[in-house]
Ligand binder design. Structure first.
Ligand SMILES: [Zn+2]
Length: 93
C-alpha cells in the first residue's frame, strides 16, 4: 500500500515536501462543506501502516473510519492505533 495510491483514490492528490496530500474524505470536514483544498497528509510508517493527518482538524480515527468505509484500504489487518482505556481494575477495599 502506498501513500500515492491512497491519495489518488481520495482525489486532489499532490505531493508536497515529499509527502502526499489529498482531499479529506470525512463527511464532517469543513463543517460539512467538504475539503476543497487538499488538507489530508498521508504518510506510511516503517511498518507500512498508513497514517493520516487532517489539517482541517478531523481526528485520525475519523479519517481511518471513513477511508475504511470507502474501502480504500485493501490491506487486511491494518494496524489501528490502539487506544488504551485506562479502566482501573476493581479495587478491593
Ligand atoms: Zn478533514
Amino acid at each position: 500500500m502506498q501513500a500515492e495510491q491512497i491519495a489518488k483514490q481520495l482525489g486532489n492528490a499532490k505531493k508536497a515536501n515529499g509527502q502526499w496530500v489529498a482531499s479529506c474524505p470525512v463527511p464532517g470536514h469543513g463543517k460539512g462543506n467538504g475539503d476543497k483544498n487538499p488538507s489530508l497528509s498521508i504518510d506510511i510508517n516503517e511498518q507500512g501502516v498508513p497514517l493520516f493527518h487532517c489539517h482541517g482538524g478531523c481526528s485520525q480515527e475519523d479519517v481511518f473510519q471513513t477511508i475504511r468505509e470507502l474501502h480504500l484500504l485493501r490491506t487486511h489487518g491494518t494496524a489501528r492505533p490502539t487506544r488504551q482505556h485506562q479502566t482501573d481494575t476493581a479495587q478491593r477495599l
